[in-house]
Design a protein around this ligand. Structure first.
Ligand code: FAD
Ligand code: FES
Length: 504
């Protein structure tokens, strides 16, 4: 296990080897600079390159090492926000557009798979959202109606091909599964050339809107007519961050010893479990996700994996959990992704707030943003506008989530860490300690050497918390994450945690 890397690697990462792209060699000029090599960034880059633009993709780590590498890749029109809620908050037309845009994203992926002959296990399957209690069942019936009215091929069924009893399910036809890395590596392979590039290990530190825009990195400056921030959560935007709530979510997988019909399944618990199948070397695996919690609010994250493993072993014919991984989903304040021109910007675009359906929203971001940059109409652009204001939708969550951020900002500064001494930090563990009257985030590596950094997040100053299972310092305010020695793992932070000296 590498202390500086994410501790757990997804099934996608270990079954599709990375490509090597160089770091930015110096200053470069292109038509469009795209920050982030995940689903949103690579789709945008590929569509723009195909339309004749010179693009550059910049990633601070390796491409596909963000949330796209950690996903479970259900391609579905069933969004995290129920259609009944979307109809209330965005109107009947809005709910219908949310459905048809998700369908368009699935078909966009299917068309690319066909056109480019991508071998990525793309498969059409039904999706089941099932109920296990009478209360869940009543809500499910309501949602079947709303989903049908929005245009989904949705029915209620009691015939659910799971190895445990359920009371009934919403079944939606013609959803899909695929291997996200295989798909996106095939797009990435086609981006460099004819004035376009992918640069890895290149961290963007500043974005300046203008004509042209300037993107400052730790290795040089990119000049471009337009910039896309496809970074899961946008860089250093205070206003935008009040509308984005970061959650961690966990996944386990293992080979099945009995049959399970290929498909997508999820329960109706809060937070819900999401389940799919995947072929690996001729064996069918079950992949189960869930146990979501607000980033940086649970230090003992190993218990999240333990709970998910117990759930999986109890319900499926599995004896061996072979893969474990986790990642972050960004919940939007009003229930839909934010895709479009950034507030007060002329040429800078954002794509964020994808919830647990960022495979489709990331693809849609590529479609909407490439159309915007190419000056083409897009039927879904207005619905997902990043500057929209929906004061009623999600107002309760908005107040609660932002009150929590304000609370964290103050409380973590005033609180005194537990009475731990340096000697109490075990190998592989991190703790925030008070040393000579100052708070210090201390990590002890397996070799016994201690590393001390400031616990003050370099984004907006909240205090980071230890994440035991992933060995990282996580910020509860906007989801920034840092390695044990303080290197940025996840934005919106762009600067490392400063090193601190410990008394000898
Ligand atoms: C466990 C899990 C399960 C999920 N399951 C599903 C699912 O079943 N279906 C579904 O549709 N969605 C799912 N999602 C959501 C989906 O995976 C994400 O929404 C989507 O992958 C986000 O893609 P992205 O391109 O926006 O971001 P990312 O893939 O995170 O890419 C952003 C990139 O930006 C780079 N970056 C960030 N800051 C900088 C900077 N300053 N400079 C340079 N580079 C930078 C990062 O290194 C990263 O590579 C799941 C997510 C998780 C974590
Ligand atoms: S991520 Fe915003 S303060 Fe830490």
């Amino acid at each position: 296990m590498d202390d500086e890397q994410r501790a757990h690697r997804s099934l996608w990462t270990v079954t599709a080897p990375p490509r090597d792209f160089p770091a930015l060699p110096g200053d470069v000029t292109v038509d469009v600079a795209i920050i982030g090599g995940g689903m949103a960034g690579l789709t945008t880059a590929w569509l723009l390159k195909r339309a004749g633009k010179r693009v550059v993709v910049l990633d601070m780590h390796r491409i596909l090492s963000g949330q796209t590498g950690q996903t479970t890749a259900h391609l579905t029109e069933v969004l995290d926000t129920p259609y009944a809620t979307l109809r209330r908050d965005f109107g009947e037309k809005g709910a219908q557009l949310a459905a048809s845009s998700s369908r368009a994203a699935i078909e966009q992926i299917a068309a690319r798979v066909d056109e480019l002959g991508i071998d990525c296990d793309f498969q059409r399957v039904p999706m089941y959202r099932y109920a296990e209690t009478e209360r869940e069942l009543a809500e499910l019936h309501h949602e079947v109606t709303a989903a049908r009215e929005a245009g989904l091929l949705a029915t209620f069924t009691q015939d659910v091909p799971l190895p445990y009893p359920v009371k009934g399910a919403l079944r939606v036809e013609d959803q899909a599964l695929f291997h996200p890395r295989k798909y996106l590596l095939a797009l990435a392979d086609r981006i460099p050339g004819d004035g376009s590039h992918i640069f890895e290990n290149t961290r963007v530190t500043e974005v300046h809107d203008g004509a042209p825009c300037r993107v400052v990195t730790d290795r040089g400056t990119v000049t471009a007519a337009a910039v896309v921030e496809a970074t899961t959560t946008p860089l250093n935007r205070v206003a935008m961050h009040t509308k984005l709530y970061p959650y961690r979510t966990y996944v386990v997988a293992g080979p099945l010893n009995g049959p399970l019909e290929p498909g997508q399944y999820c329960d109706s618990q809060e937070p819900y479990h999401y389940i799919r199948t995947q072929q690996v070397n001729g064996r069918t695996y079950v992949i189960v996700g869930g146990e979501d919690h607000k980033v940086g609010t649970d230090e003992d994250t190993a218990r999240r994996y333990a709970a998910l493993e117990a759930y999986t072993l109890r319900r499926f014919p599995v004896t061996d959990i072979t893969h474990r991984w986790s990642g972050q989903v960004i919940e939007p304040a009003d229930g839909l992704a934010y895709i479009g021109r950034n507030t007060a910007s002329r040429h800078v675009y954002v794509a964020t707030g994808f919830s647990g359906t960022g495979m489709t929203f990331g693809t849609l971001a590529g479609m909407i943003l490439s159309d915007a940059i190419l000056d083409r109409q897009n039927p879904f652009a207005a619905l997902y506008s990043a500057t929209r204001v929906k004061p009623q939708a999600g107002a309760k969550d908005f107040i609660q989530e932002n009150a929590e951020v304000a609370f964290r900002f103050v409380a973590d500064r005033l609180s005194r860490p537990n009475e731990h001494r340096l000697a109490d930090v075990a190998p592989g563990e991190g703790k925030v300690l008070e040393v000579a009257g100052q708070k210090v985030a201390v990590y002890r590596a397996e070799d016994g050497i201690t590393h001390a950094v400031s616990p003050v997040c370099t984004h907006l100053g909240c205090h980071v918390h230890w994440n035991g299972a992933e060995r990282s310092w996580d910020c509860p305010c906007h989801g920034g994450r840092f390695s044990p020695t303080g290197k940025v793992l996840n934005g919106p932070a762009v600067k490392d945690l400063p090193a601190k000296k410990l008394p000898t």
